[in-house]
Design a binder for this molecule. Structure first.
Ligand code: NI
Length: 257
């Protein structure tokens, strides 16, 4: 059986309250060897850590999503720093900019992004970046914060060509998930096609963004297999090599042993 890692999921969300164990079991029985559960605020960062303690295959990433940037005060930063030192916490995220929803004012988003990038450098953990309709600001901040020697993942990549080129120049990684499989995503398909497989991590972003042929349903880590199959066809290669290379990428990126 091919072995895959889901590098981005939110299994702590309510949508999994009824069948969380089964969802995890189903993934495990079908070759998903690790799941990275990503926090979006303090409560979900705590829950991510708890999941990583309960399930051997789960790792945790802690951070405050741009939607919740207004909640990143001094105390929250300290809590994140404490959480980051726990066993099985392997990254800071998801952090970044979301100018599509603008749920927090943009200046506050930029400030929270910078502060959490600095935290990641201080505690020496990779960062998981959420960037939506904010290409120019995202790359500007990552440059100004001198992140080029740091492991940076642009999760569920939806940016344009220009950001993709600059991000590759800086050695960043790209998260490919359900969106790549959508018919409408022709520019994204081109970008992923041109991005070396060594810089791609597979993800689901469960419960959101289920890939084809499950589009519209609740997403779950098992479906990372559909993403892998799609990337294989996009890059004219086979599922086995996509699985092997992206699994290695994820282990290297997050320093999972
Ligand atoms: Ni996410």
């Amino acid at each position: 059986m091919v072995e895959l890692i889901d590098s981005h999921a939110h299994l702590d969300f309510d949508k999994f309250n009824k069948d969380r164990d089964e969802v995890i079991e189903r993934a495990k029985n079908n070759g998903i060897v690790n799941i990275v559960n990503v926090g979006s605020n303090l409560a979900s960062s705590h829950r991510s850590l708890q999941l990583s303690q309960k399930y051997e295959m789960i790792y945790a990433v802690v951070g405050i999503h741009p939607h919740e940037a207004k909640h990143l005060d001094k105390n929250a930063l300290k809590v994140l720093k404490d959480l980051s030192k726990a066993d099985k916490v392997i990254g800071i995220g998801e952090i970044g900019l979301d100018f599509h929803y603008d749920n927090s004012p943009r200046d506050i988003q930029r400030d929270a992004f910078r502060k959490q990038l600095r935290l990641a450098k201080e505690v020496n953990l990779p960062v998981v970046v959420h960037s939506r309709e904010a290409d120019a600001d995202t790359i500007k901040i990552l440059k100004e914060e001198k992140m080029s020697n740091h492991n940076v993942l642009l999760h569920s990549y939806t940016g344009g060509k220009e950001l993709a080129e600059k991000a590759l120049d800086m050695g960043f990684y790209f998260g490919a998930g359900g969106i790549v499989t959508f018919n409408s995503a022709s520019e994204l398909k081109n970008i992923i096609q041109r991005t070396p497989l060594t810089h791609i991590l597979l993800e689901t972003d469960s419960p959101y963004l289920a890939p084809e042929p499950h589009r519209g349903k609740r997403n779950e880590p098992l479906y990372v297999k559909e993403v892998a199959k799609f990337i294989a066809s996009l890059k004219n290669t086979n599922l086995e090599s996509v699985a092997e290379i992206t699994k290695e990428n994820t282990e290297r990126f997050f320093n999972i042993k």
